[in-house]
Design a protein around this ligand. Structure first.
Ligand SMILES: Cc1cc2nc3c(=O)[nH]c(=O)nc-3n(C[C@H](O)[C@H](O)[C@H](O)COP(=O)(O)OP(=O)(O)OC[C@H]3O[C@@H](n4cnc5c(N)ncnc54)[C@H](O)[C@@H]3O)c2cc1C
Length: 376
């Protein structure tokens, strides 16, 4: 039976689901949301494994934002559990807070040296300030420059090289420029004002976002498989823009990941939600799900994360690779879209070829709805 929609929305992640919700509730428009995967929620998808542990299938997702409007928007669809994420890095066999902070300094350096550097860092940059390694490297004080070098070599270099399959020098300078050292004893990974996890998990939150009258969802449906039964006026595409154009200008490179989920018959497996391994092993980090979900029991599941090359059609495209030439290629795809697909709206981390935290993905979706679609 033929069915007509105002919108076809490709992708049931944050971008597609939120724009579908806005179209239904704010503009009275119908949409069909399709996803080639067998579930909604995109990369934020969570589910229970055979042991009953709620886990994040595409890697640990910690919600945090400084934007009250985004927290308020999502609060329509979920209650929250307070959760502040902490990460420890395994450096020379010792576990220290990441981002590197004054506690890390005290653990790794002889006391007198740590005290001396702590004093200099507080005097130079101020307490509770974040300072980049780049800035520390420019310090006139030799001890600060040496510390920057230590952090670069022991915390940043190995992790980044594993994560991207490239040395930091081969990435956009902005990547190195952003590595923070936190002149503080605050060992939280984020300092955002809103740090909470959806109480019943992300997938339940997405069920509510998509549960509006006027939205149909079709899973295991690729846009290429849509037959003539479905017709629509407009298209929102949150898949990869290069794939949409059949890689006409070449492939946009991504880094992929493999997750090895291990379940142990024990209450708690590790000392923090996330342990980073910058100096050893093939994996970058191990995350223990119960920290994030706060569902402790006598079984626990961890996700061991192995970065790997992305092969289109075979692996998941996770992270756009931050190199200037890749962003230039993406700009060429945008120009192509303006010429050949002016009626299609591209958005989301794959459409925009941009890493978004979840709150940024929500913000971008709300703004695409308001500005691009409604013209307000
Ligand atoms: C490993 C990892 C960890 C992360 N951790 C955090 C975190 O801790 N905190 C945080 O704030 N953010 C985190 N993020 C970011 C978060 O995942 C993104 O912000 C969010 O997923 C973006 O949503 P989206 O809708 O743009 O994309 P997606 O969630 O990727 O949704 C796009 C959907 O489109 C579908 N699709 C693509 N092409 C087609 C097609 N041709 N036909 C049909 N369907 C198609 C895909 O299957 C996918 O489900 C993390 C990301 C990764 C990769």
């Amino acid at each position: 039976m033929k069915k007509h929609y105002d919108w076809l929305i490709v992708g049931a992640g944050y971008t597609g689901s939120i724009i579908a919700e806005r179209l239904a509730t704010q503009a009275g428009k119908t949409s069909l949301v399709i996803d080639r995967r067998n579930h909604i929620a995109g990369n934020a998808f969570d589910r229970r494994n055979d042991a009953g542990v709620l886990y994040h299938q595409y890697g640990p997702h910690v919600f945090h934002t400084n934007a009250p409007s985004i927290a308020t928007y999502l609060s329509q669809f979920t209650e929250w559990l307070p959760y502040e994420h902490r990460t420890l890095g395994s450096i020379d066999g010792r576990l220290v807070p990441i981002p590197f902070n004054l506690t890390s300094l005290q653990i790794l350096f002889p006391k007198a040296e740590a005290d001396r550097l702590t004093k200099i860092l507080i005097e130079t940059y101020g307490m509770d300030q974040k300072v980049t390694i780049l800035k520390m490297r420019e310090s006139p004080i030799q001890g600060v420059r040496d510390l920057a070098e230590f952090i670069y070599q022991n915390v940043f270099y190995g992790y980044t090289t594993k994560q991207w399959g490239l040395t930091p020098e081969a990435l956009s300078p902005s990547v190195t420029a952003r590595v923070p050292v936190y002149v503080s004893y605050d060992d939280r990974y984020f300092q955002d004002t809103f740090q909470n996890m959806p109480k019943l998990g992300y997938t339940k939150m997405f069920e509510r976002i998509l549960g509006q009258p006027g939205i149909d969802v079709s899973l295991e449906t690729d846009i290429k498989d849509l037959g003539s039964e479905v017709t629509y006026d407009r298209l929102l595409y949150t898949g990869a823009i290069d794939e949409y154009f059949n890689y006409a200008l070449g492939e946009l490179p991504y880094r992929s990941l493999r997750f090895d989920f291990q379940t142990y018959r024990q209450g708690r497996h590790q000392a923090a939600g996330q342990l980073n391994y910058p100096m050893s092993h093939d994996f970058t980090r191990i995350s223990e799900m119960a920290y994030l979900t706060q569902e402790w029991s006598d079984v626990t599941t961890v996700a061991i994360e192995y970065p790997m090359a992305h092969v289109p059609g075979k692996t998941e495209p996770y992270y756009p690779i931050p190199r200037d030439e890749n962003h230039e290629l993406h700009n060429k795809y945008i120009e192509l879209a303006e010429r050949e697909a002016a009626n299609v709206v591209f958005a989301g981390r794959l459409g925009d070829y941009k890493y978004y935290n979840m709150d940024q993905a929500v913000g971008r979706a709300l703004s695409v709805f308001e500005k691009t679609i409604m013209g307000r």
